[in-house]
Ligand binder design. Structure first.
Ligand SMILES: C[S@@+](CC[C@H](N)C(=O)[O-])C[C@H]1O[C@@H](n2cnc3c(N)ncnc32)[C@H](O)[C@@H]1O
Length: 445
């Protein structure tokens, strides 16, 4: 038990990833697991829990409402991997350095890229700030729209594979550098072309996962999520955010991407699926998700839902947009594009709403009741609610819902004390508080 965890691949820096309680989660799931059945990871996020279950020989159904999360679990659970997949991926790696975006789209950015390279090399913050403020991209409301921006405005919602580079036109000069964005666009298009040519689902998810790892490594933001890029507000070279800016902008996208692919190959190389794992991308409250579980033999459901008002779709909108690669309409606030460059119409989870969370939990308990399986639930409690993030449901709320739905079950709670990273709006870590994490386990009497 709890073997092979050295083979875990941490694809992205993910808020709330269950690294610290992983051992206990796996032990409990293993204790409750019945041979030849599935464990369901309802909110799989970074896929760490799903991977650990799988490495401990428990077939997994991983689910998350965000598509990039389900790509990561599909890759790391070796879903749809064929005998050819490894060699196809090795072949794909060879083509990375030569993939390019169309020169028609590259040309207008060429001069900016040369300047950016020089300014990063000479650590010229003032020059960089100036350069980024002049970039002809979607969020620049102070200049005449470029041809590419005009094209994008006429193609909102359409795929960007043959058009103006999406990442460059939305996120360059903020979350990523200009050259970095051009390379990210070239790689994103290459991934799709590769999929059209060989149709290998696993290779596709492996390439996407390595791309998400690259985005997560180079992004210039607090906490390596995508809630807001850090702006250059002063030109003090010793300021930590400015030191980080140069570090983040100095990453070579191609090198990182290929490095992550090699790591994925090395970690997943010899793994075999015992029973086909499943990776789904559903809102757990949707009927189609309940239908998906209907004919499966499930012994344990594990759930790690969000507990605060902070929506994951806001913190991780960039990998999600990069996944779908359709020009998003940018959200406006008081007539201006938001600093986070959020797309319109992000998914809003009921688990993050004070008025809807209890009902959302009822749907989960309804699922457990229907399947009559064991249920393992992660819960985190903020010690000082005033300084941290208020929880949408309390532990007592959950226990009283459970009492109603699962009268034939007994429950126990495991408690862990940690310093917990806060998902608060200014994305700062609140140091003076400890959060308590719990594992609440429901099993039949
Ligand atoms: C706390 S995170 C899970 C972290 C994960 N256990 C890990 O170790 O990385 C919660 C996840 O729930 C997902 N989520 C939120 N609402 C959802 C819903 N209604 N249906 C499915 N997934 C949802 C979010 O996208 C997020 O990835």
């Amino acid at each position: 038990m709890n073997k092979n965890l050295g083979s875990l691949y941490k694809p992205v820096q993910y808020l709330g990833a269950k690294t610290r309680t992983l051992d206990a989660i796996i032990s409990e799931c293993h204790r409750l697991y019945k041979k030849e059945s599935y464990v369901v990871d309802l909110f799989s996020g970074s896929s760490l829990v799903s991977q650990a279950l799988y490495l401990n020989k428990m077939p997994v159904i991983a689910n998350d409402v965000m598509r990039f999360c389900s790509d990561m679990s599909a890759c790391l659970l070796n879903i749809a991997k064929t005998n050819d997949s490894q060699s196809l991926l090795k072949e794909a790696i060879k083509g990375v350095s030569t993939c390019q975006i169309d020169s028609e789209f590259f040309e207008p950015f060429k001069e900016y890229i040369d300047n950016e390279e020089r300014l990063i090399r000479t650590k010229d913050l003032h020059g960089l700030k100036n350069l980024y403020s002049q970039l002809p991209i979607m969020s620049n409301e102070t200049i005449e729209p470029s041809r590419q921006v005009k094209y994008i405005r006429e193609h909102i919602g359409k795929e960007a594979f043959n058009g103006a580079p999406l990442i460059t036109n939305y996120y360059s000069g903020s979350y990523f550098g200009i050259m970095q964005s051009i390379r990210l666009d070239a790689i994103r298009c290459y991934i799709e072309k590769n999929f059209i040519e060989n149709g290998d689902f696993w290779v596709h998810t492996a390439l996407l996962t390595a791309l998400y790892s690259t985005l997560s490594t180079i992004v210039h933001s607090a906490g390596k999520h995508f809630a807001q890029p850090i702006c250059i507000t002063d030109i003090d070279k010793n300021k930590i955010t400015n030191i980080r800016l140069f570090e983040n902008r100095s990453y070579d996208v191609d090198l990182l991407f290929v490095g992550f692919l090699k790591e994925i190959l090395a970690k997943t190389g010899k793994q075999k699926t015992l029973q086909p794992c499943v990776s789904s991308c559903n809102n757990v409250q949707d009927k189609c998700f309940a239908n998906l579980l209907e004919d499966k033999n499930i012994s344990v459901i594990y759930a790690d839902p969000p507990y605060t008002a902070q929506q994951y779709s806001r913190f991780y909108h960039v990998p999600e947009v990069v996944r779908f690669y359709k020009y998003p309409q940018l959200q406006q606030h008081r007539g201006h594009i938001t600093q986070g460059l959020y797309p319109d119409g992000k998914f809003k989870s009921d688990f993050c709403s004070k008025t809807k969370a209890k009902d959302a939990f009822r749907t989960i308990f309804e699922l457990v009741k229907k399947i009559q399986c064991s249920f393992v639930l992660s819960y985190s409690e903020s010690k000082k609610d005033a300084t941290g993030n208020e929880r949408m449901v309390t532990r007592n709320d959950i226990l009283s819902i459970a009492e109603k739905y699962l009268p034939n079950y007994k429950s126990k709670q495991l408690r862990f004390d940690f310093d917990y990273r806060q998902l608060n709006s200014s994305a700062k870590i609140v140091h003076d508080k400890e959060d308590k994490e719990f594992l609440i386990i429901f099993e039949k009497k």
